[in-house]
Design a protein around this ligand. Structure first.
Ligand SMILES: Cc1cc2nc3c(=O)[nH]c(=O)nc-3n(C[C@H](O)[C@H](O)[C@H](O)COP(=O)(O)OP(=O)(O)OC[C@H]3O[C@@H](n4cnc5c(N)ncnc54)[C@H](O)[C@@H]3O)c2cc1C
Length: 156
């Protein structure tokens, strides 16, 4: 039998343009008991997506630290002029709008490592998202783990 993952209706608290083609969405999780491990992702399901061959949901790594999961989660994505109907819908969300968020999901975490195990994280472009969450969570938890991030982006 397939496992049913937790599902939440989250309110968009705000959306912020970080760079010309990068936008971060903050969803309010207060009083919902939402918990995740840094590195996990969610599926974001939107109403009103029309004519998208991939449907009305996409996966996004959680971008914010796990230590703030009782207040909010962030997701970050690219927004381009030739975007899919799903991305256009995401881009049109206004504060106060709601989305269905399924998760947390995934195994791309530091679980199972010793607290003092050194890690090297390698990412390109939007692939930075789970690593930001991992690094901020480690910092907020007072971890003394040594972390090296190797990152590449198309533009400085
Ligand atoms: C575990 C996991 C974590 C992920 N985390 C992130 C994350 O943190 N951030 C993130 O951004 N992505 C993340 N992704 C990828 C994300 O789920 C999407 O697949 C990705 O953002 C592309 O979605 P899209 O709707 O833009 O593209 P798709 O629908 O796959 O389309 C690809 C491209 O085709 C073109 N296109 C599609 N439809 C049309 C149309 N009708 N007209 C014109 N052009 C069109 C657009 O250029 C579009 O960008 C993750 C995926 C996984 C599996």
């Amino acid at each position: 039998m397939q496992q049913k993952h937790p599902e939440y209706t989250l309110r968009l608290a705000h959306a912020e343009t970080e760079a010309p083609t990068i936008k971060t969405y903050t969803f309010d999780t207060s009083a919902l008991g939402f918990k995740f491990t840094a590195g996990e992702y969610v599926k974001v399901v939107l109403d009103g997506v029309v004519g998208d061959p991939r449907g009305n949901q996409r996966e996004f790594s959680i971008f914010s630290p796990a230590t703030r999961s009782a207040e909010y989660i962030n997701i970050t994505t690219t927004i381009e002029p030739s975007d899919s109907p799903y991305k256009n819908k995401l881009n049109s969300l206004k504060p106060g709008d709601q989305a269905t968020v399924i998760g947390p999901l995934g195994k791309f975490t530091l679980n199972g490592l010793n607290d003092d195990a050194e890690v090297v994280l390698i990412a390109g472009g939007i692939g930075i998202t789970p690593f930001r969450s991992i690094i901020l969570t480690e910092l907020a938890s007072g971890s003394s783990r040594r972390i090296t991030l190797i990152y590449s982006a198309r533009t400085p």
